[in-house]
Design a protein around this ligand. Structure first.
Ligand code: HSE
Length: 307
């Protein structure tokens, strides 16, 4: 193939209970990356459509960095021009660098005739995270590539079941929080008691996913580890939690490294109610917002674009 375009979706990482090891795929919002043979001796970025400027140096851009790692692993020198269309802002907490990295890995793999199985693309996509924020965490790139809800165990994906009905509300107050800064403020040590509570919460949340027990998911959904340090970056965080849970949310928390927040909801109606309540809190604050509701059944991961 001479030209391939792939789409990979935004994602919600951590899900309160699983810092760096749990994430889910959204569907309607995401990035498109197109690769085309350039007949040269290097990869090039030929176009970036993005609200926020991104690196155009192929050594520093997540997409070309991922592609370079794939080329090195396969020993191929089929260089490409890369066009990137961001569907949402970087620094939003919705897995922006992962969506680009996953789309680049998926597109280049398809361009080469799929030498890698999709799960084998994860380490390459994680390298895109490393160049973007200094850490090769997998909790955004895994659902961005594979779809659904994914748990990482020994850096390998374990796909978790999706309850019959589950909706996500994503709410992005348009302030930039760099993942690297948001990671740097997380406390590096936790007491045994806190770790025990978090392990229990994570286990119970996963059981809740298997059994479709919203009540268990709700009571389990506590972030003892990172939310206490990070929530200060997000205006009105506690007020938002109160309205989201008051409206019937299953859980509310920070999406990835923030500033976006998320809620999970058992019905579309409750999800819309939560979204409206979150928007109302920011009304008149001077901070622009972007919010959306998604049926998580549609979160299928990376795919080829429809031209
Ligand atoms: N697990 C990562 C973090 C996700 O919380 O820093 C970053 O989007």
């Amino acid at each position: 193939m001479n030209k391939v375009c792939a789409f990979a979706p935004a994602t919600i990482a951590n899900l309160n209970v699983g810092f760096d090891v749990l994430g889910l795929a959204l569907s309607s919002v995401g990035d498109r990356v197109e690769v085309s043979a350039n007949g040269l001796k290097e990869n090039r970025i030929t176009e970036i459509i993005s609200e926020i400027p991104l690196p155009t140096d192929p050594k520093k851009n997540s997409c070309t960095y991922v592609i370079e790692k794939m080329q090195a692993s396969l020993g191929v020198d089929t260089y490409v021009d890369v066009r990137i269309k961001k569907g949402f802002a970087s620094g939003s907490g919705l897995g922006s660098s992962s969506a680009s990295s996953a789309a680049a890995a998926y597109a280049y793999n398809a361009f080469l005739g799929n030498p890698f199985q999709i799960e084998e693309l994860l380490p390459f996509a994680a390298e895109g995270e490393r160049i973007a924020c200094g850490s090769a965490h997998l909790d955004n790139v895994s659902p961005a590539l594979l779809g659904g809800i994914v748990l990482l165990h020994n850096r390998k994906p374990v796909r978790l079941p999706m309850p019959k009905e589950l909706y996500a509300v994503s709410f992005f107050p348009k302030i930039e929080v760099k993942t690297s800064s948001s990671r740097s403020i997380v406390a590096q040590h936790a007491s045994l008691d806190v770790v025990a509570k978090q392990v229990s919460a994570m286990g119970a949340f996963v059981v809740g996913l298997y059994s479709g027990d919203y009540q268990l998911m709700n009571s389990a959904s506590v972030d003892y580890l990172v939310e206490p340090s990070r929530k200060i970056l997000i205006p009105y965080f506690d007020e938002m939690r109160a309205v989201a849970m008051g409206a019937g949310g299953i859980t509310f928390g920070i999406s990835g490294s923030g500033p976006s927040v998320f809620a999970l909801s058992p019905t579309l109606m409750i999800a819309e109610k939560i979204r409206n309540a979150l928007e109302a809190i920011y009304e008149g604050s001077g901070i622009r917002t972007l919010s959306f509701v998604e049926d998580l059944k549609n979160g299928k991961g990376a795919k080829l674009c429809e031209y």
